[in-house]
Ligand binder design. Structure first.
Ligand SMILES: Cc1cc2nc3c(=O)[nH]c(=O)nc-3n(C[C@H](O)[C@H](O)[C@H](O)COP(=O)(O)OP(=O)(O)OC[C@H]3O[C@@H](n4cnc5c(N)ncnc54)[C@H](O)[C@@H]3O)c2cc1C
Length: 532
């Protein structure tokens, strides 16, 4: 097997062969942790980054999959945070991950019942959002300017809207991710390509600023790794490792519908919550043909579960709001999937001797909406923020770790560092590989296909491209080629990794059942190729 297609040596399950002494250990392989790993390794540090479960096991796979421009922060008067968010959105969409992002139209329907104040707020919100875009120097080709739509235009973009009383719409633009877990996987693979050791199924039992005690979840063996700095990026679980961090999670729930439940929908729609001037439920068409409806914001006190579950009242609430905006009746059994995620909101920050990363105390850090805290042992914890701002969070966390560990490191380069597969939009548009592979792997689409061909041949089962690229089933677009690549290059260890994180088939339970044989086949093929 060629070096190109040899199963990934650096993203692996368990700790066999992992270094026992590094510059930096990163705890957690959500978007924040993989961002820290990439930032650190590209500054010249040796890195071991671990997760108790898998890449994107936590909150990072339960998002709305949007690349936000920071309008919400602007509404709260936090101009600096809003600007930072818009800048990070521009970096993701134009430089680091054009292949994994796209402009997403957002429609706010206007009806005869829309209060004048709400119309004004919506219009000025979109105008302010466009100011943020310009302030961040994101081009209007990347994110077009907002505009008003006539009633006819509105219905052409969202034919399912209730026509009665509809007078038109407001159209704005924001960023959309191909998939949140795919972003995490691509960042991890990029970090690994620069030399970071990325290990799944490696749980940190205890951590300080200079040492972590780990359990290999594949064998049960425990080990200690010494480090000059440690970053805790364990999301809603960060407080388990750092006494100084207390989180107050809140649950956000989304529904998954088949695309044919709202036929012809060409835009996301912000459906107003009846009786409120500034609360909306988002109806979000996805690149795989499904539609997400979200989201709620419910306090979630008590122990943090591994996988949070949506509640029936949340599902009912989301269906009711959509029913008030769309003519198509939606029933409970139209909901083919539902998922919930926990926002890692920081609660009380009684540092007890810990200090903020910029030496300016914690208030300054919290006002940025992500927090970087250096604890008494020197361990740096980074929490909060969002997918969109992961790069900036990582930069701040590595700056703090370098200071805490007295490390010698180069400057941060991630703002200009394309992730694997990234290329300018015209280059991506000119690629000849199947559109799904290009959307998910960019310029690496050819490598995905070549890998699958080689693995099948080595396994003694040469397969035609038609078979490698065939969808798992009608309405289940996942292919054998990408599943094989997930095993060889993305550290997928079992069927769950393949269907719930490297692809998102698992969001629809009935589709997952259909795709399981293909996932098992991918694992068997790679197993045979490896032993040949
Ligand atoms: C409902 C919802 C919708 C959202 N929508 C958006 C959106 O559209 N756009 C956006 O930009 N942001 C969005 N966000 C915010 C964003 O999803 C989160 O801020 C982000 O994913 C948090 O990532 P993280 O890496 O910090 O945490 P996580 O993704 O939770 O990662 C933490 C990881 O640490 C691991 N871990 C925990 N303990 C240990 C241990 N002891 N040892 C080893 N590993 C451990 C876990 O397994 C987990 O994989 C949304 C959030 C929610 C809840």
């Amino acid at each position: 097997m060629s070096a190109e297609t040899r199963p990934g040596t650096r993203i692996r399950a368990g700790l066999a062969g992992a270094p026992v002494e590094v510059d930096l250990v990163v705890v957690g392989l959500g978007v924040t942790g993989v961002g820290v790993a990439l930032d650190a390794v590209t500054r010249g540090l040796s890195v071991l980054a671990v997760d108790a479960h898998d890449l994107a096991f936590g909150t990072s796979r339960w998002s709305s999959k949007m690349v936000h421009g920071g309008l919400r922060y602007l509404a709260q008067g936090q101009v600096g945070v809003a600007h930072e968010s818009a800048v990070e959105r521009g970096i993701l969409m134009q430089t680091t991950a054009p292949h994994l992002t796209r402009a997403m139209p957002m429609l706010i329907p206007i009806t005869s019942g829309t209060a004048p104040l709400q119309r004004l707020l919506s219009r000025s919100g979109l105008a302010a959002g466009d100011l943020l875009r310009r302030g961040a120097r994101t081009s209007a080709e990347t994110l077009p300017r907002p505009r008003r739509l006539s009633r006819t235009e509105t219905l052409a973009m969202a034919p399912g809207l209730r026509p009665a009383g509809l007078v038109g719409g407001l159209l704005g633009w924001d960023g959309q991710l191909e998939d949140d877990a795919r972003l995490v996987t691509t960042i991890a693979r990029t970090a690994a390509s620069y030399g970071a050791h990325v290990r799944t199924r490696a749980r940190v039992l205890r951590a300080s600023g200079t040492e972590v005690s780990l359990r290999d979840e594949t064998t049960g063996a425990t080990t200690t790794v010494r480090a000059r700095a440690v970053v805790n990026a364990a999301g809603v679980w960060a407080g388990d490792l750092a006494d100084e961090v207390t989180l107050r999670p809140s649950r956000g729930t989304h529904l998954v519908l088949r695309g044919d439940r709202l036929p012809g929908l060409r835009t996301s729609v912000f459906a107003p919550v009846p009786g409120s001037t500034n609360r909306f439920v988002m109806v979000l068409p996805q690149p795989d043909g499904t539609i997400y409806v979200g989201l709620t914001d419910e306090p979630a006190p008590g122990p943090v579960p591994d996988v949070p579950q949506p509640t029936e009242p949340e599902i009912g609430f989301l269906l009711d709001v959509v029913a008030a905006t769309f003519a198509t009746p939606l029933r409970r059994d139209d909901v083919v999937g539902a998922y919930a995620g926990l926002r890692p909101l920081l609660d009380v920050t009684a540092p007890d001797g810990s200090k903020g990363s910029e030496g300016s105390g914690q208030t300054a850090d919290l006002s940025r909406r992500h927090a970087v805290l250096t604890g008494r042992s020197g361990m740096v914890t980074v929490v909060g923020g969002k997918l969109t701002t992961y790069r900036r969070m990582a930069q701040d966390a590595v700056d703090a770790a370098v200071a805490a560990g007295g490390l010698v490191a180069g400057p941060c380069t991630t703002a200009t560092l394309p992730l694997l597969g990234a290329a300018p939009r015209p280059v991506l548009d000119a690629l000849e590989e199947p559109a799904r592979l290009v959307r998910r792997f960019g310029t690496d689409a050819a490598l995905v296909l070549a890998t699958a061909r080689e693995v099948a041949a080595r396994a003694g089962e040469p397969l035609a491209d038609e078979e490698l690229l065939a969808p798992a089933a009608a309405q289940v677009p996942v292919t054998l080629a990408e599943l094989v690549f997930a095993v060889t290059h993305e550290g997928a260890h079992d069927v769950d990794d393949l269907l719930d994180r490297r692809t998102r088939v698992g969001l629809v339970t009935s589709d997952r059942v259909l795709a399981e044989p293909l996932a098992e086949r991918a694992l068997a093929l790679v197993g045979r190729a490896m032993s040949s």
